[in-house]
Design a protein around this ligand. Structure first.
Ligand SMILES: Cc1cc2nc3c(=O)[nH]c(=O)nc-3n(C[C@H](O)[C@H](O)[C@H](O)COP(=O)(O)OP(=O)(O)OC[C@H]3O[C@@H](n4cnc5c(N)ncnc54)[C@H](O)[C@@H]3O)c2cc1C
Length: 380
């Protein structure tokens, strides 16, 4: 793995960092407090080419690669984890359509996902009774003439109130077929019969939209099938492998913010006549936090580099996501501690970082599921 960034990667990182500092960070506390979809920030990211970083330019993307995508998400997450998760999902949706879509599907959706014409794209896999085990999903798609008709419910869908396109997984063969009877469809925003439920009242990433969806006889044409009939599960797993690099990057960005703010605070805050940074207990916390951040960075970059170079990366993506998310929670918890009472109130960002970090251990596969993936590969 080459640790030096290419010119393109460095440029994407700088572009994201500048935008994060100038536009995203100043709005982050308000985005969290008001739970408002950060529409302007999302549009700005699209204008900078950061909404489809690893999507080929022929279909409107930036074509800057996987490492560049990870770097961009890290920078935005450092400023606002809510914006970063929707950016990560949008990039994942664009990539999946670019990879598995027909020419017509790519031409219809990828440029709109990249340009911000779609406020966001959605990944609708989880259901009320099927999260870790999506093979147990109940949403169905049945043929009706040339069309498919979708019925069922999805749960926890990021950006679901605003999507221009949803990638939706549904059962196209009996439940006994498990993961082998699932297909994948592209459903347009505002489709008849698609009902968007009330946004979840979440612990963190409160500026990101998370909603249940109901599919009540949603009719899509045969051309809406993404990939092969009954081949949808594989698409989900491949997309999630890549998405996990996005979430490890999000976790890393949050942890970096918590660390930087803790170091600055420790130099300012005084107890017993000295800055708390002079107490060894605080220094050790900062040392451990920095070590965790660097380890998370290296694991994330390795997974991104392997994916970029067309090598197997599933295990490495799970390791990056597992480590980075758990490290982020540890780091943010220590950040609250270093801030003392001020860590517990909204005046400082430390409490937001901890609330935001927590979900990275849950979505796109919980820590337990990452360990299942890793252990399976160790024992293979
Ligand atoms: C804010 C937010 C946004 C989300 N966004 C999306 C989205 O955009 N699209 C989408 O499709 N989904 C999304 N999700 C759903 C998310 O991916 C699921 O919540 C997650 O996969 C866990 O599923 P579950 O909630 O059903 O938990 P369950 O699967 O019910 O798991 C409950 C507990 O059991 C553990 N467990 C389950 N199976 C095993 C096992 N085999 N071994 C050991 N432990 C196990 C889990 O790790 C967990 O601790 C989102 C979730 C949240 C909270």
């Amino acid at each position: 793995m080459d640790l030096e960034l290419t010119e393109t990667q460095a440029m994407v990182q700088k572009t994201a960092r500048d935008f994060a500092t100038r536009v995203v960070a100043p709005q982050a506390a308000e985005t969290d407090a008001t739970e408002r979809f950060p529409r302007a920030a999302m549009k700005g990211l699209a204008e900078l080419g950061l909404m489809a970083v690893n999507v080929p330019p022929e279909v409107g993307g930036s074509g800057a690669g996987v490492v560049a995508t990870a770097l961009a998400i890290q920078e935005i997450a450092r400023a606002c984890a809510s914006t970063a998760v929707m950016m990560s999902v949008n990039n994942m949706v664009g990539e999946a359509i670019a990879r598995f879509g027909t020419d017509a599907q790519k031409q219809q959706h990828c440029p709109r996902l990249a340009s911000g014409e779609y406020p966001t794209g959605c990944f609708a896999l989880s259901e009320p009774d099927a999260g870790s085990d999506p093979g147990g999903m109940r949403t169905t798609a049945r043929r009706d003439g040339a069309d498919w008709v979708l019925d069922g419910a999805k749960q926890w869908i990021t950006g679901g109130s605003y999507a221009g396109v949803y990638i939706v997984w549904a059962r196209t063969a009996g439940p006994e077929t498990g993961a082998k009877g699932i297909s994948c469809f592209l459903v347009e925003g505002g489709a008849k019969g698609l009902k968007v439920g009330r946004p979840e009242d979440k612990m963190g990433i409160r500026g990101s939209d998370t909603v249940p969806l109901e599919f009540d006889g949603v009719r899509v044409p045969a051309t809406a099938l993404l990939g092969q009939e009954n081949g949808g599960f594989k698409i989900a797993m491949m997309a999630l492998d890549g998405g996990r690099i996005g979430i490890s990057s999000q976790a890393l960005g949050i942890a970096r913010a918590a660390l930087a703010e803790s170091a600055a605070y420790a130099k300012e805050r005084r107890t017993f006549d000295v800055p708390i940074a002079q107490h060894q207990a605080i220094q050790w916390k900062l040392a451990d936090m920095q070590t965790s951040v660097d380890a998370a960075h290296l694991l994330s970059m390795r997974a991104a580099w392997l994916k970029e170079h067309g090598k197997p990366f599933s295990r490495e993506a799970s390791m990056a996501k597992l480590f980075a998310s758990e490290a982020a929670v540890r780091v943010c918890n220590e950040a609250v501690q270093i801030h003392g009472g001020f860590g517990y109130v909204r005046e400082f960002a430390a409490e937001r970082h901890l609330r935001d970090a927590r979900v990275t251990m849950i979505y796109e596969g919980t820590s337990e599921i990452q360990r299942v993936v890793i252990a399976r590969s160790v024992l293979a």
